[in-house]
Design a protein around this ligand. Structure first.
Ligand code: ATP
Ligand code: MG
Length: 214
């Protein structure tokens, strides 16, 4: 393997927006694999505001199982303490050696918040960053941020020209908590899992709407 895409997220729950972004990035960037990395413990969120990690992990496995290019990692679940992307990329780099290119895939919303993440410069040393547009997020803001970055860092970022789906996990949680349909917005296997385990029902789901990205 020469080129590994990495898509981190809360995946609470995973939906077709994630899957389409990963597939499109794989196609455009000629990635051998895309590794989905559900976050274990979001750094800036009190415990109890996120669906338990094992549920989010299993939903991600169910959603990606049919795609030979997709894999799911437990590394953030199994690492104690808060989940930081920089630690994940360090671990992958150590595991895979210097010859595998790491491409960290982010939505425009996540990219615009990355300056507040732990050690963003190190993230850009360890990986190239591929930014995927997101409906409701201004592509101009992404371009402006790139212009404002030091050239050697901006050179590590690529804004992909792919059509995103207008789906967010937050909206799915809202609909599920109201008993509304989310069919055709996420894989049926994930929906079956949600229903079997009674996830996103009632007031707990309302609470989770307030959370910040992982
Ligand atoms: P939430 O509403 O809970 O924040 P989310 O739908 O944004 O959920 P995350 O798990 O936060 O999902 O996202 C993981 C990564 O996938 C982030 O980089 C995010 O920008 C990206 N992403 C999420 N949904 C989409 C989408 N519809 N199109 C493109 N990228 C997406
Ligand atoms: Mg998000």
């Amino acid at each position: 393997m020469k080129r590994l895409g990495v898509l981190g997220g809360t995946f609470d729950p995973i939906h077709f927006g994630h899957l389409v972004a990963a597939e499109a990035a794989a196609e455009v960037l000629d990635l051998d694999r895309v590794l989905f990395v559900p976050c274990g413990r979001p750094p800036h969120r009190p415990a109890g505001q996120t669906t338990p990690a094992e549920h989010r992990y299993l939903m991600t496995v169910l959603a990606t199982a049919g795609n030979p290019r997709f894999r799911v990692s437990r590394m953030e679940l199994d690492r104690p303490g808060p989940s930081y992307t920089v630690d994940t990329l360090e671990e992958l780099r150590a595991e895979l050696g210097p010859d595998v290119a790491l491409i960290f895939i982010v939505g425009a919303d996540a990219f615009l918040g990355m300056d507040r993440w732990k050690d963003p410069e190190r993230i850009l040393e360890l990986a190239e960053v591929a930014v995927v547009s997101r409906p409701g997020w201004n592509d101009g803001a992404v371009e402006a941020r790139l212009q404002a970055m030091p050239a050697h860092l901006a050179a590590r970022v690529r804004h992909l020209d792919i059509d995103p789906l207008n789906i967010s996990a937050r909206e799915l949680r809202r609909r599920l908590s109201q008993g509304r349909s989310v069919r055709y917005l996420l894989p049926q296997q994930v929906l079956d899992y949600i229903q079997q385990h009674g996830l996103y029902r009632g007031s707990h789901a309302e609470l989770m709407e307030q959370k910040a990205p992982c």
